[in-house]
Write a protein that binds this ligand. Sequence first.
Ligand code: ZN
Length: 196
Amino acid sequence: MNIFCIGRNYAEHAKELGNAIPDSPIVFLKPSGSYIEQPTLISLPWIVGAIHHEVEIVIRMGAKLEPKDWSIGIDLTARDVQNVAKEKGQPWTFAKGLKNFAPVGNWVKFEQDWKSTKWSLGLSVDGTEKQNGSSEMMLWNVPRLIKLVDESFGLKEGDLIFTGTPKGVGPLGHGSKVEALGESSGSCSNLKFQCQ
Ligand code: ZN
């Protein structure tokens, strides 16, 4: 399984981190070892500094370049490590790819008209809403992302695409209770866990 992640796919999030809105999507990878499904407790390496939540819609590919299902997910990010990597022009693997840094909720099957699927997504920490958005704010929508990732890298059945995060990213702490929710035409995907 390959885990492709899209950076700066929501204009307001690019701005909040002081980044320009890119001409084409930023793509990076997480190792499959960072994947964890429906966790209730996640151990995080606090020694790396600030660990931020980025709530995202995650697409899972089926056969013939058709997505099979989707889930809510969190692109956990060691922000201090990422800032140093950005300064030094180094890759983001230690910032984005650590163990348990790609949690997802329950998978929801796509209906037939997956190309026009719209989502809302949100995340709260200890009961306080931190992020909410909608897929209509994406700079590159899901059909365009699938085409781009496949043309450049080749998409295989079972591969995931994290489609980027709306604004409101921020730090988690030891003991934080995280709730993420994605909704699309009456179906929803949940992810609820505590950090330790
Ligand atoms: Zn992200």
